[in-house]
Each structure stands twice: as C-alpha cells, then as structure tokens.
Design a protein around this ligand. Sequence first.
Ligand code: AMP
Length: 115
Amino acid sequence: MNQDCIFCRIVSGQIPAKTVYEDDRLIAFHDVSPQAPVHVLLIPRAHISTLLETTDDDASLLGELQHRAVEIARALGLDKTGFRLVTNCLEDAGQSVFHIHLHLLGGRKFSWPPG
Ligand code: AMP
C-alpha cells in the first residue's frame, strides 16, 4: 500500500471505483475518463510502479491480468467485435498512474499504429 498512489487507494476502498471484478490478487474497474464505450482497468492489489519493476515472481500475476481481461471482455460482449489490451510504461508511452494496469478497450474501432 502506497498512500500516494491513487490505485492503492482504490484497492483499500479510500477512493470509490465502479468495480467489475475482484479477487485476492486483482481488481478491475471502469476508467474514470473512458476513451471508448468500454474502458476497464485491471490492476494488481499489490503496488508495482511500472512493468519495469516486475520480476520473475510476477509472471503469473501478469498472466492473470491478461486472462481476466479476456474473461471480462467476453462478459461485456466484446468477443463479438474485438477489443484492445494496453499497458503504458513510462513517459513515452503516456503512463500517468504509476501502479501497473492493463487497459481493456472496446466498443469502437481503433486505429493502428497508435498515436
Ligand atoms: P495511464 O495513463 O496508462 O497510466 O492510465 C491511467 C488511467 O487511469 C487513465 O486512463 C485515467 O483516466 C485512469 N484513472 C485515473 N484516476 C482514476 C480513478 N480514480 N478511477 C478510475 N480511473 C482512473
């Protein structure tokens, strides 16, 4: 728990979130500033600042985040049309919250390459 981290404060319940899934390792909730009709963030309960901080011990956690994102996508009907999973790492990628998270985006077409 990092008191300065907005996502740690969501994990601890100090800041409300529209949660769509939680278990003992992960939480998923709607992004407060959605960039698509579906924009869900999946985060580990544990504070890890960036993907670069992950270690061999986090490999299963990273897999769980992706697997759960697919299950949530399916539950929200995105298996019919498709979806995008994104993790931004550091400034060049536009990371703004330094607690790792996977964006699940869907419900519209996305361009490639990303901006
Ligand atoms: P990133 O820029 O990749 O670090 O993504 C951070 C995301 O967190 C952005 O899409 C923000 O809109 C989102 N966000 C920030 N604060 C909150 C919050 N309190 N509840 C839900 N989403 C948030």
